[in-house]
Ligand binder design. Structure first.
Ligand SMILES: O=C([O-])CC(=O)C(=O)O
Ligand SMILES: [Mg+2]
Length: 387
């Protein structure tokens, strides 16, 4: 059993939307295929992965560095002890040889993307859904029912509050009970108006989260905290620079309700610093580390261990990214849920075709691997890369 190729193609996921920090007019994603010599059900096992939106596709790093380290490694050294499957932890170590610590962006995205494909291949080799495999390895019960929320509410040209309301209404129509919108890309008074419009639209049918995408300095973050306190929000997300833990801690003196952050922390060391120094509150705040951007599930398992050491429940984790990999981690390892972008970043985001959102939750189908084969538009582009 061996990996015979690692292929990468960089795909556009461009759209006219904008958050408080960036527009998505030139956004890309890397799609990766890990091709094995294993055959299951008459088909070659190929694992697939892609990186989450917001960071550009790291194709250069994958093609120039990480791919070769896998292909040049002794195949037996990438397998588990029993020789029955690939070992994601050993493959991770092979990829990370000769890499110094620190400075995690953005090789963490390259490694995270390949790691997703490795786990997909491993679960396919074992012939089971990844979430079941993960639960088994931890000897815990999987829970196929996962909370999901609808992320959107971006700024884009010509979008007024009426269009924003319509967008949010469409998420409720599709079964979501929590929706998210952007803030910090307009004046504080305009943002207040946008928030009031959405709250009026969703009434008691859903809750609203807001996301500043790391835009604010301390003074602006506090000014927004004071404004946001007037509303019953689900969370106030990524207020300042992701590595400014003192800022995050200071905001908690002005904002009692839940906050969320972590999508731009790319290692377990950064996650630990957030818990050490960020003043995050284990009884109410949310952690959004996204394995596809942060060295993959092998590293995410280390991050979960840090949570345990700091007395945090995994149910406080609702990852960024809206991909099926985190859905599997949520169902298999007991996270609190996952993000979803109902109208964005297709065909990569979303669920298998048969999955519906009901009362803010989805139920994982029993598909081998991550479940990409159940999403017809996605598996088509994946198989075009390698089959
Ligand atoms: O707009 C983005 O970069 C995505 C984002 O922050 C989120 O989904 O929370
Ligand atoms: Mg965010």
């Amino acid at each position: 059993m061996r990996i015979i190729d690692v292929r990468e193609v960089t795909k556009p996921i461009a759209s006219p939307i904008r958050n408080a920090y960036i527009d998505f007019s030139k956004m890309t994603a890397s799609l990766v295929a890990v091709v094995t010599d294993v055959v299951r059900d008459g088909r070659r096992v190929v694992g697939y992965g892609f990186n989450s939106n917001g960071r550009y596709g790291p194709g250069g790093l994958i093609r120039e560095r990480f791919r070769d380290r896998i292909l040049e490694a002794e195949p037996a050294g990438l397998m588990n002890d029993a020789g029955t499957s690939l070992d994601p932890h050993r493959i991770w170590a092979a990829m990370m040889q000769n890499e110094k610590p620190g400075g995690h962006g953005e090789r963490s995205v390259a490694v995270g993307t390949i790691d997703m494909a490795i786990w997909d291949a491993v679960a396919k080799i074992e012939g089971k859904p990844l979430f079941r495999l993960l639960a088994e390895r931890e000897q815990r019960e999987a829970d196929p029912r996962v909370f999901v929320y609808a992320a959107g509410g971006y700024y884009y040209p010509g979008k007024d509050n009426g269009a924003l309301r319509k967008e949010m209404r469409s998420y409720l129509d599709r079964g979501y009970t929590v929706v998210k919108m952007k803030i910090g890309g307009a004046s504080i008074e305009d943002d207040r108006g946008r928030i009031e419009s959405v709250l009026e639209e969703i009434g008691s049918e859903a809750r609203l989260a807001v996301d500043a995408n790391g835009r604010f300095d301390l003074e602006t973050g506090i000014a927004y905290a004071k404004m946001l306190r007037d509303y019953p929000l689900f969370w106030y997300e990524e207020i300042g620079d992701p590595l400014d833990y003192a800022l995050q801690a200071a905001i908690s003196e002005f904002y009692d309700a839940p906050m969320a952050t972590g999508e731009n922390l790319f290692s377990h060391q950064d996650a630990r610093n957030l818990l050490r120094y960020g003043g995050m509150r284990a009884d109410r705040d949310f952690l959004q580390f996204d394995c596809a951007l942060s060295y993959g599930l092998v590293e995410y398992l280390r991050t979960l261990d840090i949570l345990r050491q700091f007395g945090w429940s995994r149910s406080r984790c609702i990852p960024h990214g809206g991909h099926q990999m985190s859905l599997n981690i949520a169902a298999g390892l007991g996270l609190g849920g996952n993000e979803s972008y109902p109208d964005l970043f297709q065909p990569y985001g979303g669920f298998p075709d048969t999955v519906k959102v009901i009362d803010g939750h989805i139920t994982m189908p029993e598909l081998p691997g991550i479940g990409f084969e159940g999403k017809s538009d996605l598996i088509k582009v994946m198989r075009a890369l390698a089959d």
